[in-house]
Design a protein around this ligand. Structure first.
Ligand SMILES: [Zn+2]
Length: 99
């Protein structure tokens, strides 16, 4: 894996952590079934795209740790694949990268 790719993945991990904190918080304060403004988990470090989804949906997508929710056509890392398209975002997987 080249250094550029690694840097992109680092960006994604930062956003992932922020989203996880948001999801933990939202469970407490947001009524179930209400949309929460998560951040796009694409590889573009400057992207602050909004991915609206329910906390349950976020947890469902991220139960597989290799899966990321990104806005359609946003930057992906080499080796990532779109595994599912939902109405508001795509789910990409790094499964091919981690083996
Ligand atoms: Zn994005």
């Amino acid at each position: 894996m080249d250094a550029g790719n690694e840097w992109l993945i680092q960006n994604q991990q930062t956003v992932r952590s922020a989203n996880e904190r948001l999801s933990t918080l939202a469970v407490e304060v947001v009524p179930a079934g209400q949309f929460v403004p998560f951040i796009c988990e694409c590889a573009d470090g400057a992207c602050l795209g909004r991915v609206d989804m329910k906390v349950a949906e976020y947890e469902d997508v991220h139960r597989d740790r290799d899966q990321y929710s990104v806005l359609r056509a946003h930057q992906v890392v080499d080796g990532e694949k779109v595994v599912e398209q939902r109405p508001l975002f795509d789910i990409v997987s790094k499964a091919a990268l981690s083996g």
